[in-house]
Design a protein around this ligand. Structure first.
Ligand SMILES: [Fe+2]
Ligand SMILES: [Fe+2]
Length: 483
């Protein structure tokens, strides 16, 4: 990996922090103040760490800062600064800027002037128009500001998507491999642990993409796609409730292995249309126990096995310990058991299953689960899950007041999850849909086409023959660039 790929990740947060300090110092002091000089040195120092001679880009995409196209993570120690800077940019209609390489030749006072102009722009009706005119007047050709609508023309993370997709496939293979090997004798967990680490990293980097991928369904290999989806959802929920890296890695392994016991169940039972008879149900109900035995047989340190065994054992138990398998030695469910219980049911409800006449759309599934809170799920964790997923979870298909169809791909504002960022899906000539432009339903004041869109209802992806996951692996059509 080149230095360039590593440095932005390390220095991105520092750059936002340095900008934050500079903006505030300039707001309070005159140019010759020592604090300003220190802040300026700090800012230039971080720029130098990122690159000695390249353009430096800062931009906001899907509500997150990206430095040189590397996403900056929210962490406890940078949360306030990043949020304040997101707000600073947003109030000016700014989604980022580029400091061209020539910026390094400009005098330090010019950078201070830029920061003063940024600060002052808020006093004007059209901050960005005013800013651009000031920059033109000053002859600052070393900087370019990005407007809100330019955001849609950014094209980030193609490698990232490829990595997420490869991780999905690798995770499916690992579950298959372990399931087959453990039935015949010896199976290790090294690969699964490595994958779990990658899943956790990807969830930290872009959990929206992971939630989007978790809509993948393979009806022939349902147990495997289901296991990977459960691992993705569980890791996202674990991250949402603040679990540490190590816990998240164990949770991801639990998700991958939670249905290992189903691998021995015949396809006739797993795929049987209609209701199972008593004997078949009995077989199905044994799968958590069989899975637990398989985990015990894995070649892995006892300390690891002890951490990944409870969740799979408990994933069909209710908070009052009804459900299956029947147990007399437990007093309450573990955290992993409660998390798996929620995400397992959600995944199963939204998948098309042989024994159910229809699947639930994501919003219907959440409503149904909420009606069973307390009885079937830990209510606090379920609330967190619903908050994390949003009113219309990522991957939902929406019907809009304009008659258009949209796919929920993200919630730019994590604190307010009622109005998502959607990708319009345009009907093609073959009866399918192709990806269209991105529309942020939360902010349509500047809608490029002047159309105000609102949500009418959620629709079943399967009814329209749509596989939501495929659109998460494609780039949206670039708006503003069509002829
Ligand atoms: Fe299960
Ligand atoms: Fe399951």
């Amino acid at each position: 990996m080149s230095d360039r790929a590593i440095k932005p990740k390390l220095s991105g947060t520092q750059l936002i922090r340095a900008l934050y300090h500079l903006v505030n110092a300039v707001r309070l002091h005159q140019d010759n103040n020592q604090l300003i000089k220190d802040c300026l040195n700090q800012f230039n120092g971080v720029i130098g760490e990122i690159s000695a001679d390249e353009d430096i880009t800062i931009r906001i995409w899907r509500g997150r800062f990206h430095i040189q196209d590397e996403r900056i993570l929210f962490r406890r120690d940078n949360y306030t600064v990043i949020n304040e800077m997101l707000d600073y940019f947003s109030r000016r209609g700014l989604v980022g800027f580029c400091l061209f390489a020539t910026f390094r030749n400009t005098r330090p006072e010019n950078l201070l002037t830029l920061v003063r102009l940024l600060n002052e722009s808020i006093k004007h009706d059209e901050p960005l128009d005013w800013l651009n005119s000031q920059l033109d007047e000053a002859g600052f050709s070393w900087v370019e500001l990005y407007r809100v609508q330019d955001e849609k023309a950014t094209n980030l993370d193609p490698q990232h998507k490829e990595m997420a997709w490869n991780t999905y496939l690798a995770a499916m293979n690992v579950v298959k491999e372990v399931a087959e090997k453990v039935s015949g004798g010896v199976a290790g967990v090294r690969k699964a642990r490595r994958l779990a680490q990658t899943i956790v990293d990807l969830v930290h980097e872009d959990y929206s993409l992971m939630l989007g991928l978790a809509t993948i369904r393979d009806y022939d290999d349902y147990t495997y796609t289901h296991s990977v989806n459960v691992a993705f959802f569980a890791t996202c929920l674990g991250r949402y409730v603040g679990l540490s890296q190590v816990f998240l890695e164990h949770l991801a392994v639990c998700g991958l292995f939670h249905d290992l016991g189903k691998v021995g169940v015949s396809k006739e039972i797993l795929l049987k249309p209609g209701v199972l008879n008593a004997e078949e149900w009995d077989t199905m109900r044994r799968h958590p126990l069989i899975g637990t035995r398989k985990i015990l047989r894995l070649q892995a340190p006892h300390s690891l096995k002890s951490r990944i065994i409870l969740g799979p054992f408990e994933h069909h138990l209710n908070p009052d310990l009804t459900g299956y398998p029947q147990t007399h030695f437990m007093k309450h469910l573990s955290l992993f058991g409660k998390i798996l219980r929620i995400v397992d049911v959600y995944e199963a409800l939204t998948a098309q299953r042989s024994y159910r006449p229809r699947s639930y759309s994501p919003d219907e599934a959440l409503c149904q689960m909420w009606s069973e809170r307390g009885r079937s799920f830990d209510p606090l964790l379920l609330k967190s899950f619903i908050n994390m997923m949003g009113v219309y979870p990522i991957g939902s298909i929406l019907e809009l007041n304009t008659g258009e169809i949209g796919l929920v791909i993200d919630y730019p504002d994590e604190s307010q999850k009622t109005l998502p960022l959607i990708m319009l899906l345009d009907a093609d000539s073959k009866g399918g849909y192709i990806s269209g432009e991105l529309v942020n339903l939360a902010d349509q004041r500047d809608a490029a086409d002047g159309v105000f869109r609102s949500i009418v209802r959620g629709v079943h992806a399967s009814k329209l023959g749509i596989q939501p996951s495929q659109y998460f692996l494609q780039e949206p059509r670039l708006t503003g660039l069509e002829d």
